[in-house]
Design a protein around this ligand. Structure first.
Ligand SMILES: [Mn+2]
Length: 317
């Protein structure tokens, strides 16, 4: 499949890259690296996303080349989609008019993605796949390409700590650091040590909602929109607060309820070991990975918590 993807890219002259809404560091880092390496190969490559990336992701090297909005109506020979193969995931309204391919590490959930899809669930991050593709295309790595791919992998593995981290993730990261000539801590500094004070204030508010259920095997936290009152933050980065809450000894499932609107929540499910976060999310119409998944819930918070905990209780051994 990698060879097929490389062939399609080699046959193109004008390529647009795009990723999912609410872009994360894997999607942005991988997309930037891909654009930069396509340009090295002499192609015209543009990275066009509907949503602007939150800080500090918008400080990844080369982020200034990202355009925000629709790909349409510019002509492109090929659109490469990162972690989101359809209009709903990307917010791109006219994808059907382009030749498309998808690079992803999420299992497809049976929708109208492109026919040519390179999906590797074993990859910890799309960054690993773009690294493979770069080798296949023979484009070479400059510092910014290597840095973006390293950042993509570091972000999706929680700095090489999550259960998706493999020996290969580490080997790829080591090779990227060597080729790019940067010390790995520069990536951690950018991704994890650049919080504005307001973000930490927000974190304390969310963490103060911590409750446990089922003998401490389930931890729950929530975010309410009014937590943003008197703060200049426009949105919250959820992964940090989730990581803190799920670090509690004995917690097998972490539920994070993020209020998007009145009685409307995005629920993030994180699990450890055998327990499948993905199964929980799918029961509510969502999807994701084995240990990290999510879904939307319409209804009051109390009802959401009760329903989800009941389902978790039935599935916990
Ligand atoms: Mn990813």
């Amino acid at each position: 499949m990698k060879q097929k993807i490389a062939e399609r890219i080699r046959a193109a002259r004008r390529v647009a890259v795009s990723c999912h809404l609410r872009p994360d560091a894997d999607a942005v880092g991988s997309g930037l690296a891909l654009c930069l390496l396509l340009r090295r190969l002499g192609l015209q490559a543009d990275f066009i996303n509907v949503d602007r990336a939150p800080s500090p992701i918008d400080r990844l090297p080369g982020y200034a080349l990202v355009r925000h909005g629709q790909i349409h109506p510019q002509p492109y020979d090929l659109v490469v989609l990162i972690e989101g193969g359809n209009e709903e995931r990307t917010g791109q309204k006219r994808l059907g008019e382009y030749d498309r391919l998808l690079i992803d590490h999420h299992l497809p959930s049976g929708d109208d993605g492109p026919s040519l899809a390179w999906v590797v669930p074993e990859a910890a991050a799309v960054g690993e796949l773009v690294y493979d593709l770069a080798l296949e295309l023979g484009a070479g790595f400059d510092r910014d390409i290597a840095f973006n791919l390293f950042a993509a992998i570091a972000a999706d593995t929680g700095s090489f700590k999550y259960s998706n981290t493999t020996a290969r993730s580490l080997a790829v990261a080591a090779d990227l650091a060597r080729r790019g000539g940067f010390p790995p801590f520069e990536v951690s500094n950018l991704l994890f040590n650049s919080n504005p004070p307001e973000k930490i204030r927000m974190l304390t508010r969310v963490l103060s909602t911590l409750e446990t259920a089922l003998d401490g095997r389930v931890a729950m936290i929530h975010f309410r929109r009014d937590f943003l009152d008197r703060l200049s933050l426009k949105q919250i980065e959820t992964e940090d607060v989730i990581a803190v809450a799920r670090s509690i000894d004995g917690v097998q499932v972490l539920l994070f309820f993020k209020e998007l609107d009145a009685d409307y929540y995005r629920v993030s499910v994180r699990s450890r070991g055998e327990f499948s976060a993905r199964c929980v999310a799918q029961s509510f119409g969502g999807d994701g990975h084995h240990h990290a998944a999510g879904f939307f819930y319409r209804g009051p918070l109390a009802a959401a918590r009760e329903e989800v905990v009941r389902l978790v209780a039935a599935q916990l051994p």
